[in-house]
Design a protein around this ligand. Structure first.
Ligand SMILES: [Zn+2]
Length: 155
């Protein structure tokens, strides 16, 4: 790793000129950008979301999790940013890369499902005439329970 230290910089928009050794974090766009720490100069964009990356800032130190795997770049570098230090991670084999990608897709699909569900709920709630009362929650009635008991006894 050519770059061993990285400092966080909070920005609204990702600047045109990205400096090496700086992790630009845009809370507004839920994105962080930095130049590949191997020194190849490629820009690495990491979306910040529960299914992607998360940043932890502590004054002028930063951690980014999970690891950065630049499989699609010629350098194929793999590292972790922890407490502003760039820690080289093990190089991955093609098979491992495929597995990581498959897991990523599954994670994303799960997040999209959760998001869509939240949207559906929000759509219902925002309808002015929607009747959202506790009675909408499924609650077995006495009648229903009696049926169940009768059925149970008949077995
Ligand atoms: Zn690189």
């Amino acid at each position: 790793m050519k770059i061993k230290q990285i400092t966080p910089e909070t920005v609204e928009f990702i600047p045109d000129r990205i400096e090496e050794g700086v992790l630009y974090i845009s809370d507004r766009y839920h994105t962080a950008v930095h130049k590949c720490c191997c020194g190849c100069g490629k820009e690495v964009v990491t979306p910040l979301s529960p299914a992607e990356w998360s940043v932890k800032r502590n004054s002028n130190r930063v951690s980014l999790w999970p690891s950065i795997g630049n499989w699609s770049y010629p350098c194929r570098s793999h590292y972790v940013i922890q407490d502003s230090r760039v820690i080289e991670a093990k190089a991955m084999t093609n098979r491992q890369i495929q597995r990581v990608k498959a897991n990523d897709r599954a994670d994303k699909a799960a997040q999209i499902r959760r998001t869509n569900h939240a949207k559906e709920v929000a759509a219902i709630v925002s309808k002015p005439n929607a009747q959202i009362t506790p009675t909408h929650k499924w609650k077995p009635s006495m009648n229903w329970l009696q049926h169940l008991i009768r059925w149970w006894k008949s077995l």
